[in-house]
Ligand binder design. Structure first.
Ligand SMILES: [Zn+2]
Length: 109
C-alpha cells in the first residue's frame, strides 16, 4: 500500500470530516459526498451510470446527513454507519483517497 492510500486520521465534525493520509495530505470532505460513494450492495448499483447517480444524489440530498459512526476495519478500510440506513459498506482507504481527491478540499499549505 502506498502512503497516499494509507489513512492515518479521521476527525468527524457535524457536517463534514477531515481525513489525513500517511503522505501528509489532508482533506475536508462533506458527508453527502461520502454517502454518495457508499460501496454497499444497495448503493453501488445506484452509482452505475449518470442518470442513476443524479437520482441517488437527489435522494441523499433530501436526507438529513447526521454525523455517521466510523469503525476501523483491519488496516485497510473504514465502515461508516449512517443514521439514514446503510452500514454495511466498507470504504477502503484507496476509495477514501479517491473521493477526497475528487470532491474534498485540500487542507493546509
Ligand atoms: Zn450503502
Amino acid at each position: 500500500m502506498s502512503e497516499s492510500d494509507e489513512l492515518t486520521d479521521l476527525e468527524r465534525a457535524d457536517e463534514d470530516c477531515v481525513l489525513r493520509f500517511a503522505d501528509g495530505a489532508a482533506f475536508t470532505l462533506g458527508y453527502v459526498e461520502l454517502r454518495l460513494v457508499c460501496p454497499c450492495a444497495k448503493c453501488r448499483p445506484r452509482q452505475e451510470n449518470e442518470q442513476r447517480m443524479i437520482e441517488f444524489r437527489e435522494e441523499v440530498m433530501r436526507l438529513r446527513m447526521a454525523k455517521p459512526k466510523a469503525e476501523l476495519v483491519g488496516r485497510y478500510g473504514l465502515r461508516f454507519e449512517w443514521s439514514t440506513g446503510c452500514s454495511s459498506g466498507l470504504y477502503s482507504f484507496p476509495l477514501l483517497r479517491q473521493v477526497c481527491e475528487i470532491d474534498g478540499s485540500v487542507l493546509g499549505e
